[in-house]
Each structure stands twice: as C-alpha cells, then as structure tokens.
Design a protein around this ligand. Structure first.
Ligand SMILES: [Zn+2]
Length: 338
C-alpha cells in the first residue's frame, strides 16, 4: 500500500459519499453529522491494516473540508492563474467609454482550452452587466441597496415585491400590512384566478363530473362566483356589511373588493382596515366552503360572521401599531375605526 494508486478506491468512495448534491441539500449541522457518522468510519478498515501516505490523508482531509464548507472549486481561479498582475483591478482591465466597453488584458499566455471557455464567459458577463467603474480598489457591492451592503431584510422585501407584484388596475398594490402574508398570497391567487375552483380545474383538463357550484348549483364555479357571486357567499357579505352599518352589497365584484374600491373611509389607515377586513372575509369564505365540500363541515352565515369578527380583530388589532382596537367596540361599531 505504498503505492498511491492503491488508495484510489478509498478516495473515490470518500468522494462519492460527499457528492455536491448532498452537500447542497444539507445544513451545516447535517453535514457535520454525516461527516462524523459515516466518513470517519469509512477508511478505518484500510487505515487499520495499512499505513496511509500523508498525501492520501491530505486528499481525504480536503474532500472532507470542502464538503463541510460547501466548497465548490472556483473555475475562475484557473483564468486568474494566467493574469500577469495578480493585483490588477477590474478597472485596469476593463475600459468603459460612453457606453462602449473595451478590454486591456495582460496574460502570461493566451487562454486556451478550458481557460478559453472561462475567458469567453467572463467577457460575456462583463458585457451584459451595467458596469460603473470607480477609481478605487475592487470590492463586492450589492446592487439592490443604496449603500451597496447586503441585508437579508432587503432581500425578503425584494422577493415579496416580485411575488406580490403590482397589478395594473387602479387598485394599487396587493399589499396590506394588517393581514398575515398567507392572506396576501391568497388574494394574489384569487386575483389571478389561481384558486382550484371547478371551472379552473376544468380548464386544466381535469375530468370533472360537473363544473357547477356545489353550494348553490345556480352557476358555474368560477373564482368570482365562489367568493362573491354565490348566494351562500352573498349571505355572508350582507351580514358583514350590516355589521359595518353599510347598505347595499349587491353591486360588488371580486376585483372591486380586492382593491378596496368604495371604501367607506377616506383616510389612509381607514381604507387599509377596510381592505384588510374584505380580504379576511374572502379568505374565510374560501376556507369554509372547502371545509363544507370536502369535510362535510356545516357552516352558515351567522357562524361565518362571528369567525370573521374574531379573526379580523385578532389580526388587525395585533398589526395596527398606532391605534388600540377594543374588542367590544369592534363588534358594536367597527366603522368608528375607519
Ligand atoms: Zn354558488
């Protein structure tokens, strides 16, 4: 076992146990457990019989270290090896002049083979990136914040904006800070007709016995019908409108409700509360219709109203920073909060 080649099976086995897909799917804690439980035992048999050359130990150690730290070899390192001046800045190699980009490379030898492919990637990356080169040393900067510093909070905000994107009606954004995120996402799905109502399932080619509303059988079950048009849903809306001391509900449509159009309040916060309440109603109507259809759980409009009152109080009161909402006055005269 003096021959390095004879250790290849051990190294191969080691590497296969430490494949990069495993590394990517594991947390640091998980990686540590895997390394400890499996990998330390694996070469024990060989080591107990043969004395391993230090080069083999070093290879195994580096595989183990890379696995733990998520080490993926930097392909760019090879290209960097050909750079004549190891301290060169991006600005020394890339010239931007009035939107035009030019390069001033300085290689030890011309990149060829794999390094040529890397070189092409680099040029493409630089040409398609909006470069602003200042006369200072190179550093990492995050493009999505003013100060260039990365913050998880900013990233979360960015993702939220992408998911709950603006929609192009006059209804503003699909954001409302007075409801939980799951409600915002539910509303977004409703707006895009992405709720699994029978009509949408039918459009996707699902073989259905009927596409008529299972609750009233009066119309096709579209998102609009299920949440607003259905007589069962209407009963609930009328009760909610009565609770708020408002009259006529019948002229409402789903997009009007989602946008909070016709809000009884003119203040920003009042409109927000009104919209939040409407969204919570839509959410609970949907949830309870499903419970009725799939679990046979009976549900009527008085029960619905009391659930809407409780949950809306719970969610809105907890999220309203400036104003305190009182449970009894929420029940008796909610419009005083508008
Ligand atoms: Zn119906």
């Amino acid at each position: 076992m003096r021959n390095l080649k004879s250790w290849d099976p051990v190294i191969d086995k080691f590497k296969s146990r430490l494949s990069s897909w495993k590394m990517r799917s594991l947390s640091f804690g998980g990686r540590l457990v895997l390394i400890k439980s499996v990998l330390n035992i694996l070469p024990l048999y060989y080591f107990s019989l043969f004395r391993a050359p230090s080069s083999v130990i070093n290879i195994l150690e580096s595989v183990r270290r890379d696995f733990f730290w998520g080490g993926v070899p930097f392909p760019e390192k090879r290209l960097h090896g050909l750079e004549a001046d190891k301290h060169a800045r991006v600005k020394d190699r890339v010239l931007t002049d009035a939107g035009k980009i030019d390069f001033r490379w300085s290689w030890i030898r011309v990149p060829g083979g794999r390094t040529h492919a890397e070189f092409e990637r680099l040029v493409q990356l630089l040409s398609t990136t909006d470069l602003k080169l200042k006369d200072c040393s190179d550093s990492w900067s995050w493009a999505y914040s003013a100060n260039g510093l990365f913050a998880v909070k900013d990233l979360v905000g960015l993702i939220d904006e992408q998911i709950l994107a603006f929609f192009s009606t006059n209804t503003g954004t699909l954001r409302n800070k007075l409801v939980p995120k799951k409600i915002e996402i539910f509303i977004w799905r409703a707006m895009k007709s992405r709720l699994p109502v029978l009509l949408e399932l039918d459009k996707q080619g699902m073989d259905l016995h009927s596409v008529r509303c299972p609750l009233c059988n009066d119309d096709l079950e579209s998102v609009d019908h299920a949440l607003v048009g259905c007589s069962k849903a209407k009963e609930i809306w009328i009760r909610v409108f009565n609770w708020w001391g408002l009259g006529n509900f019948s002229s409402n449509t789903l997009s009007k409700i989602i946008g909070g159009v016709g809000s009884p309040s003119t203040s920003g916060q009042g409109s927000l509360i009104w919209q939040a309440l409407n969204w919570i109603c839509l959410y609970l109507i949907w949830k309870n219709q499903n419970k009725l259809v799939f679990q046979g759980k009976t549900w009527n409009s008085p029960m619905a109203l009391s659930e809407i009152q409780t949950l809306s109080f719970h969610w809105i009161a907890n999220r309203l920073k400036k104003e305190k909402i009182d449970w009894l006055s929420w029940l008796s005269s909610p419009s005083s909060y508008l």
